[in-house]
Design a protein. Structure first.
Length: 139
């Protein structure tokens, strides 16, 4: 079996971060252990992995978190609705930027945000044109 592509997000609070990403991107937890949670979509996994306790003790997460914009990697997640993802992210301690910051490319609409620990991520929804077929009017 070919393994699914995946990304690992190292986190201070594994439970909170797994709930955040699971809810924002409608991902299912397929494995849960004391130090990690594996979330999955049909063809992709996000592994939320705890940092060692000694390291975690040295990390301070501000409220709201300091956004780490200079990270060399950005997680991009498919969502059914950026608006719904925005609401859920806010409820779970993160943020998706306002609608005015959305943009389109290659058939998707995207918007950046950050998780409860300040990691930048992006949500993407389908932006394919919708064609409406109109019935001819009766004469």
């Amino acid at each position: 079996m070919t393994p699914k592509p995946a990304v690992v997000v190292f986190a201070r609070n594994v439970v909170r971060m797994a709930r955040f990403y699971g809810d924002v991107a409608a991902m299912s937890a397929v494995q849960t252990a004391s130090d990690h949670v594996v979330l999955e979509l049909e063809s992709f996994q996000v592994v939320i992995h705890g940092v060692p306790k000694k390291v975690a003790a040295s990390i301070t997460i501000a409220t709201p978190p300091v956004v780490r914009q200079h990270n060399p990697v950005k997680l991009c997640l498919p969502v059914g609705s950026i608006g719904v993802a925005r609401r859920i992210a806010s409820e779970r301690g993160g943020r998706v930027q306002p609608k005015s910051r959305e943009w389109e490319a290659r058939g998707f609409r995207a918007c950046d945000g950050h998780d409860p620990e300040g990691n930048v991520f992006q949500v993407r929804e389908d932006a394919s044109p919708v064609f409406v077929i109109r019935q001819p009017r009766p004469r």
